[in-house]
Design a protein around this ligand. Structure first.
Ligand SMILES: [Zn+2]
Ligand SMILES: [Zn+2]
Length: 360
């Protein structure tokens, strides 16, 4: 089969080559891939980031990719819940299905032996992929019949589920909340769309006008270009205009650089909630200074978020089927596997726009 290979990091060769097809395990299944998104996490992997988190490829060359969807092509002999022909999304992180966090907490995203496609197991930039432990309910999402655009569906595997969980569960947004979203890449745009669909007043912040325009299209009520104005001040003014109280109730850092993490905290009103979705780069090495006295005196809350615990899959699908969320609006480019390495590398200059997705 054809697959993308990352030969080393940081910034090693990325090639598309013929490799042996994956073998089906007794508890797993094989997916014939239909689409896989090019995610900023792939760029982080190419960049050699996240060693400080223990998230590094277990071997090289590695097949990257963790945001895909496809059709079941083969099932292992112990698998009972899936059959050939089912359309599935393997979520970015796979649970063991036996540890207390997978079983008692139903939080496979916190699994004691967390496996991420493209890091700890072979990834999804390939014509076929192996999904392990297929019967554990966290490890595959079933695609509702009504949804047909596989490039948009691929986003459920990473960006959509991550932003949805961040906004809904960790951000706990309510109708009427003022929500600031910092960084309008794929995750940020989903966060805008989800918060707007829930009746929030949403402000999107980025440094590229075309990303700000797209944010308006998917639901942002106001946008701020942080290159042209002091963005914290701008959020304070916009929120004051909205309800005569300055500051956001919920602020989301969808990027993960020191500046956006700090600005996100600084734009909050008293008792506001910050949600960190973006993970940092080699520049920060996971360390960012925050104004703890201000956070303490204002009773601010700081929340991390990682992918999505599986009991929420159904809620997200229902929300999409209700017609209030439109994943397909975020797909800006459909490309071949051969085009993907160059697009991935262009993320150094923030060269991508919305979700750029490989179709097989
Ligand atoms: Zn991703
Ligand atoms: Zn587990």
């Amino acid at each position: 089969m054809k697959a993308m290979l990352l030969h080393s990091a940081p910034r090693g060769e990325l090639t598309v080559e013929n490799v042996p097809d994956p073998k089906c395990s007794d508890d797993g299944l094989i997916i014939k891939m239909a689409a896989n998104g090019i995610c900023r996490s792939d760029w982080h992997e190419w960049n050699g980031d996240w060693g400080w988190l223990g998230i590094v490829p277990y071997k090289y060359p590695m097949i990257p990719g963790h945001e895909g969807t496809g059709v079941v092509a083969e099932v292992g002999k112990n698998v009972k819940n899936w059959k050939v022909g089912d359309r599935v999304v393997p979520p970015v992180s796979v649970g063991c299905g036996t540890c207390p966090r997978c079983v008692d907490w139903s939080r496979h995203n916190m699994c004691e032996t967390l496996r991420i496609f493209g890091y700890h197991i072979d990834g999804l930039f390939a014509e076929y992929a192996h999904a392990p432990d297929a019967d554990y309910p966290g490890n595959l999402m079933k695609i509702p019949e009504e949804l047909t655009d596989m490039a948009a569906i691929a986003s459920f595997g990473c960006r959509y589920q991550t932003a949805y969980h961040g906004v809904v569960s960790q951000g706990e947004v309510k109708p009427g909340d003022k929500v600031a979203v910092w960084g309008l890449g794929g995750i940020g745009l989903v966060a805008v769309q989800v918060a707007a669909s829930m009746g929030c007043y949403v402000i999107g912040i980025d440094i590229f006008d075309e990303k700000l325009e797209l944010a308006k299209k998917v639901g942002a009520h106001a946008v701020v270009n942080a290159k042209k104005t002091d963005p914290v001040q701008a959020v304070k003014e916009l929120t004051f205009q909205f309800n005569k109280q300055a500051g956001a109730n919920v602020s989301i850092d969808a990027l993960g650089i020191g500046e956006t993490a700090l600005n996100s905290v600084l734009c909050l009103t008293n008792r506001g909630r910050h949600v960190q979705i973006g993970l940092s780069t080699r520049e920060e090495n996971g360390m960012v200074a925050l104004p703890i006295d201000v956070m303490t005196a204002m009773e601010l809350e700081w929340h991390g978020t990682l992918t999505m615990p599986y009991p929420q899959y159904g809620q997200m699908m229902k929300h999409v089927l209700s017609g209030k969320l439109h994943p397909e609006q975020l797909v800006t480019k459909r490309v071949s596997l051969e085009e993907a390495p160059a697009i991935l590398k262009s993320m150094t200059e923030f060269g991508t726009f919305g979700m750029e997705v490989v179709e097989f």
